[in-house]
Write a protein that binds this ligand. Sequence first.
Ligand SMILES: [Zn+2]
Length: 275
Amino acid sequence: MMSASGLSIFADTLAELTADEVSDAARAGAVALWAFGVIEQHGPHLPTGTDVYLPAAKLRLTKEKLAARGINALIVPAYYWGVNHVSGSFPASFRVRPAVMAELMSDVIESLAGDGFRHLFCISGHGDALHNRTILEGIRKGVAVASIDASFLAPTRIVTRLGFAADDPQVTTFEPKPVGPARPYVDVHAGEGETSEMLASYPGLVREPLLPGLVPTNFVQADLEEWRKGLEHAKRKTPLGYLGDPAASDVAVGERSLHATAEAMADAIAARIAR
Ligand SMILES: [Zn+2]
């Protein structure tokens, strides 16, 4: 369903189905897909729900690509009260304790298993290391109490950066094909990448008139490390809230990026459930 500004957050999720429809699909072998985002500042030009909207869009595409591979999937409504460390000193960046998120995940995973789902794939819309470690922790808690194959479906570079073992039973890696031109500077938060993907999926939510006036941060790795210390460090490094080059965003690159990610995720899901 389209609202004036974008899709309903329940669009194409199991929240639009009846209980019987969910149960029948689960028992017939549908896989569950679940996105973990956060409400967090995303500069002057993107909404605070960016890290929820984008993984939701990627899961809708992944569901289509799985259907083309003969795999039925249901999308669990996105979890959006994730963990903010880096942006925690900005307004509208909610701070939720990791333990709260992990416990809630465990309960929902147990419920999904009880409904008959045998596979769950969790993806992240948010780069914060603590948020992503918490996703893996929540999955571990869930599989400890429920009979379900649940894993964190994450790009190889994220798995490597966070120090997760690539052969961890609760990790499924994927590698999207690179899209767009290579850039000399890092672009990790509300920059070219996220802005392009938002233009491609929720154009009504991007404050486009502001884009040309946003000066690129032109950060190298050392700046990124300083920013990642979080809170006041992040606020000092990026007073406007974005890290990257939002003015370089391009709707066509965003479209290709969403599809490349969904394609790689669908391949990784198909490979895991074929095991
Ligand atoms: Zn983001």
